[in-house]
Design a protein around this ligand. Sequence first.
Ligand code: HEC
Ligand code: HEC
Length: 400
Amino acid sequence: MRRSLNRRAGLAAALVAAAAAWATALMTAQGRAVRPGDPIAGLAPADFEEFRLGLDDFLEVETAEEGLGPAFNGTSCAACHNVPAVGGVSAVAEVRAGRRLADGSFEAVAPEGESLFHLFSVPGHACQPAIPPEANVIVRRVPIPVFGAGLVEAIDDETLIALADAQGRGRDGVSGRAAIVTDRGTGARRVGRFGWKSQHATLLAFGADAYRNEMGITNDLFPTELAVGIDDARFRLCDPIPDPEDIRDPRTRRRGIDNFASFMRFLAPLERGDIDDTVRAGEAVFTATGCASCHVPTLTTGANANPRLHRQTVPLFSDLLLHDVGTGDGIRQAAAEPEEFRTPALWGLRFRRPLLHDGSAATVDDAIGRHGNEAADARARVERLAPAQREALRRFLLSL
Ligand code: HEC
Ligand code: HEC
């Protein structure tokens, strides 16, 4: 939950220098390159202040006294989101488990349809969840970076629904389904776009889910602990703090989950790497082989009260839709079937390793080689490329 005041002050002091540097940069050099971890250029002062508060909470290391646990995957958001800067990825992989039935369908082995099993628990009281023996699917998931996430959030549902319709079955074997999810914040039916399974539509909901699921900190959107297989007595020892644990800061009136959302909303996308003739040739190969039917080069945000998010071009290389490319992990989650994954955005790809939902691909060639089913034709076209074209495709991908 909230850090003690003096620890908070310590981190705040450490951040003042960085904040001052950003503020100066914003005032003096609007045109300069945005570095990884910077906010979107030209933010209004109030938005910049929200970003700064959010960064503070995104970095904050939580303890059991503050609500961490009973079980958890990490002690701060930044623990898993830090390469090449705060907001990025890490090599940490979390674990999901469940049961695949004979007909291919999914059955949860944890309460409430849950499939997440924590890596750690608070010491001393045996609160480590164990995967039950009836689970026959145990899979890994690697982090997704949050650079530019505010732009992704600002894309209208209608844009994604139209894309799904435009790519109906039969066109090159590529379909693409909008993930219709219930937003925990508002109760509205929305198009999910965050997470490997497009499980959330908003940054508030994803951050609230992460706070509870990754760190064991309950909040207004996720008010009960995910405590698989821990009996009540042990639970009270491991996590005596009343739920929800994420309460409003008396000074700012904001919750941790509000601050996470602000940080991610105003975090700038990573800039493109160098573009030369080979990279341009590689982009043409990317389009010609059919990669762009799912990894759609640009989408556009809708009308937005914030001018920095209003009708902006988002060069993300994704349709944010669910597809079956033959890598399904057997887990049903939110609106995604066991065989489906959301097309991952490819912006910032040059900073990302390992690849694919489970981190099983070390290189872009490995990742392409794993594309089947809906993406089988695209993969086959890549396999037929001349070596120079193949190299150009690789160079293009690593320029993103
Ligand atoms: C233990 C590692 C870990 C910690 C700690 C963690 N995350 Fe993540 N994060 C992940 C993983 C793994 C994924 C992909 C999960 C999935 O979709 O199955 C992810 C995905 C995300 C996404 C989706 C991005 C997108 O574009 O799809 C957001 C947003 C996010 N995390 C925010 C947070 C916030 C906020 C916190 C802190 C409250 C946090 N994460 C803590 C590992 C972590
Ligand atoms: C039918 C839609 C579709 C097509 C066509 C497609 N992809 Fe993908 N791509 C996906 C999905 C879905 C994933 C995630 C699979 C997973 O993680 O299991 C993915 C993953 C990737 C990744 C790994 C990204 C990461 O962050 O882990 C790369 C790189 C990639 N695709 C490149 C390509 C290239 C190059 C092509 C063209 C040869 C292509 N894709 C064609 C849907 C598609």
